[in-house]
Design a protein around this ligand. Structure first.
Ligand code: COS
Length: 383
């Protein structure tokens, strides 16, 4: 299947994720989407399977696998439900990962076991109403008072925001220092002064919540600081480098689901007296869909392997996210085309895949931001 030979353990995780996805997520995914309901029961089971802290070492209560194993599992989950996949991806990549990479020993021991098991769910609060692609312009502030910080401001587009128990929050501790004045905190979402605002009514990933969060004189202990004061911007970008691998895997899963549905449909549906899969025009679509998905997966796996090897994967994760998300959008569009009018109805799942695909080109850095990152790194490399 690929140049990467999976270990027996990785194949087992892939099978476990696939079986769970097919048996327990696929039958209910359309219902959760239609009702816009958070799939709490599924997330609890993902916790039991060890899928919420896949890369967290066992000593901190996680599964202790590498990033490649993580993306393999995430793709399988995304094939059935992109909403579930992003809930899982945020918890692993955007919450557990920065605590593991930048947290103190005490922070790792106190937060990671609950986050890995699903006893607590995490969110990543970086974006603001007027600071998405340009997080350095954030307005949320954290002012030091004795042994505490007082946080004021608002965050938007926060996946898991309404359900999360633990948040990775970014706030300016010194506005005059611009991006060097941003700090990261691990906060308890039950802290007085944290208020969940409006939930977005979205085009897709409707089973995952996307919330606004307000902070009104929210007092957190200085022990909540993640890394040093002023490290926040670096922590956010380094975390997003990893998050983008997760979104890439999610996009590969969505695209694969669309291809599988389209291929099956094309073999059943007849026109002009034969299955439409017999027509070359349609075969060319299937060929391009399969090829783009394979290339997306290779980029995704490559960036995961580079992360595991502790190589610089900034450019590769941006490439993986860019290519996979645009592939997901393209493949889901073709899947609807192959289904004709039926694909445009809620009676077939491809319309959900199409709606879900779009967000992968937007969150954790838009396609335009990924191109900025790729160009910046490429121009640095070529002298
Ligand atoms: N990891 C760690 N630090 C990084 C980094 C990375 N991947 N990329 C950049 N930085 C640091 C740089 O080293 C630089 O630090 P110093 O000033 O100390 O040297 C600083 O960040 C600014 O870097 P640069 O000048 O290259 O960045 P720009 O301001 O031109 O652009 C981008 C920053 C576009 C890369 C960044 O703003 C970005 O990725 N934006 C998208 C954010 C995003 O994904 N938003 C979605 C929110 S989550 S849904």
């Amino acid at each position: 299947m690929s140049i990467v030979k999976l270990t027996e353990e990785q194949e087992l995780i892939q099978k476990t994720a696939r079986d769970f996805s097919v048996n327990e997520i696929k039958p209910v995914a359309a219902m959760y989407d239609r009702e816009g309901r958070f799939p709490r029961e599924i997330i609890d089971k993902l916790g039991e399977l060890g899928f919420l802290g896949i890369m967290v070492p066992e000593e901190y209560g996680g599964s202790g696998f590498d990033c490649l194993t993580y993306v393999i599992a995430l793709e399988e989950i995304a094939v059935s439900c992109a909403s579930t996949a992003i809930i899982m991806s945020v918890n692993n990549s955007l919450v557990c990962d920065p605590i593991l990479a930048f947290g103190s020993e005490k922070q790792k021991r106190s937060h990671l076991p609950d986050l890995s098991s699903g006893r607590r769910l995490g969110c990543f609060a970086l974006s603001e109403p007027e600071a998405g692609s340009d997080p350095a312009s954030m307005r949320t502030s954290a002012v030091k008072r004795g042994k505490s910080y007082i946080i004021n401001g608002s965050k938007s587009w926060i996946t898991n925001g309404a359900e999360a128990d633990t948040g990775i929050l970014f706030a300016a501790t010194n506005h005059s220092k611009k991006h060097h004045g941003i700090s990261a905190f691990i906060i308890d979402m039950d802290t007085p002064g944290v208020k969940i605002g409006k939930l977005e009514h979205k085009l897709g990933i409707k089973a995952s919540s996307t919330a606004q969060i307000y902070f009104e004189d929210c007092k957190v202990p200085d022990t909540a600081l993640l890394g040093e004061e002023g490290d926040g911007f670096k922590i956010a970008l380094a975390t997003l480098d990893g998050g983008r691998i997760g979104v890439a895997a999610q996009a590969v899963g969505i695209a694969r689901a669309a291809l599988e549905e389209a291929a099956r449909y094309s073999k059943e549906r007849k026109a002009f007296g034969k299955p439409i899969s017999n027509f070359q025009g349609l075969q060319f679509m299937i060929a391009d869909m399969a090829t783009r998905i394979e290339a997306s997966r290779l980029l995704t796996w490559q960036s995961a392997v580079m992360k595991d090897r502790k190589e610089n994967y900034v450019k590769k994760s941006a490439m993986a996210k860019l290519f996979s998300s645009e592939t997901a959008m393209w493949v889901t569009t073709k899947a609807i085309q192959i289904h004709g009018g039926y694909g445009y109805t809620v009676d077939y799942p491809v319309e959900r895949f199409f709606r879900d695909a779009k967000i992968t080109e937007i969150y954790e850095g838009t396609s335009e931001i990924q191109r900025n990152v790729i160009a910046r790194e490429t121009l640095k490399e070529i002298q």
